[in-house]
Design a protein. Structure first.
Length: 230
C-alpha cells in the first residue's frame, strides 16, 4: 500500500473518536476542486511512508487513540489494503474509510470481513453532472450507485458528503441528490475552500445563504443534513 501522508492526531476526521489519519497516494478521479491534489497527480515524486512505521506508532498509542482513518487519494484502489486494515484491527482500533464509491466490490468485501466501522463516501454531484464534476470524460455511474446501495443496506455507520462549489452545484443538483439519497442516514455539505493545492484555480464556495438553501432542499428527503464547518 502506497502511503504518502500521516496525521498522527485528529479530533475531526473520525466522528466521536480520537484518531490518526493515513493518506494513500493515487486516485482515479480528477475533481477540479480536490484539495489533496498532491495525492492525486505526480505522486511518484512524493516520498512514501512505510506501513511498519504506521503500525509501530499504533502499537505505542493503544489506549490513547480510538481509531484510524484511511483517506486519499482513493484508498480502495490500493493493493494490500486489506492486509493493512487487518493489522490495524488486530491492534484493537476502529477504522474509517474515505472513498469516492467507485470500487463497490471492494467496499462490500471490507464490510463483510468487518474491516471497516465507518465509511464516508463522497457524492460529487447529481447523477447527470457526475462525469463533469469528477473531471472525467466518462464515468461508470452504476458503480457509484452500487456503493450507495451497499452503505444504505449495511449495518455499519456511514455518511454521504458533498463538497459544494458555486461553479458545479445548483439548486436543481441538490434536489436531484436528495431524491437519489432519500432516507439515507447522514448527509453533510462541506463548502469548498480555495487553496494553492486545488487542481483548478478560480473556483468559488457557496455563500452562507446558498448553503442554508441547499440544506433546506435536501431536508425534504433526508432527515439528517448538516453543514460541516472546520
Amino acid at each position: 500500500m502506497d502511503i504518502k501522508g500521516f496525521q498522527k492526531l485528529t479530533l475531526l476526521d473520525f466522528p466521536g473518536k480520537v484518531a490518526c489519519t493515513v493518506f494513500t497516494g493515487g486516485c482515479n478521479f480528477r475533481c477540479p476542486f480536490c484539495h489533496n491534489s498532491s495525492l492525486v497527480v505526480d505522486i511518484k515524486n512524493a516520498p512514501s511512508i512505510s506501513q511498519t512505521e504506521i503500525i509501530n506508532y499504533l502499537e505505542k498509542r493503544k489506549g490513547i487513540l480510538d481509531g484510524v482513518c484511511v483517506s486519499g487519494g482513493e484508498p480502495l484502489m490500493q493493493k494490500n489494503l486489506k492486509r493493512f486494515l487487518t493489522k490495524v484491527k488486530e491492534l484493537g482500533y476502529q477504522i474509517k474509510i474515505d472513498t469516492n464509491g467507485s470500487y463497490p466490490d471492494i467496499l462490500q468485501s471490507l464490510i463483510d470481513q468487518k474491516l471497516v466501522d465507518y465509511v464516508a463516501m463522497d457524492i460529487k454531484n447529481s447523477p447527470e453532472k457526475y462525469a463533469l464534476t469528477t473531471g472525467l470524460a466518462n464515468i461508470d455511474l452504476d458503480k457509484i450507485k452500487q456503493s450507495v446501495n451497499i452503505l444504505m443496506d449495511s449495518n455499519i455507520d456511514y455518511e454521504f458528503r458533498t463538497t459544494t462549489v458555486k461553479e458545479f452545484h445548483t439548486k436543481q443538483d441538490f434536489e436531484a441528490i436528495a431524491k437519489w439519497l432519500k432516507e439515507s442516514k447522514k448527509y453533510f455539505l462541506q463548502n469548498y475552500k480555495d487553496s494553492e493545492n486545488v487542481l483548478q484555480k478560480g473556483l468559488h464556495s457557496l455563500s452562507k445563504n446558498e448553503l442554508i438553501e441547499a440544506k433546506t432542499i435536501l431536508k425534504q428527503y433526508i432527515d439528517n443534513v448538516f453543514i460541516r464547518s472546520e
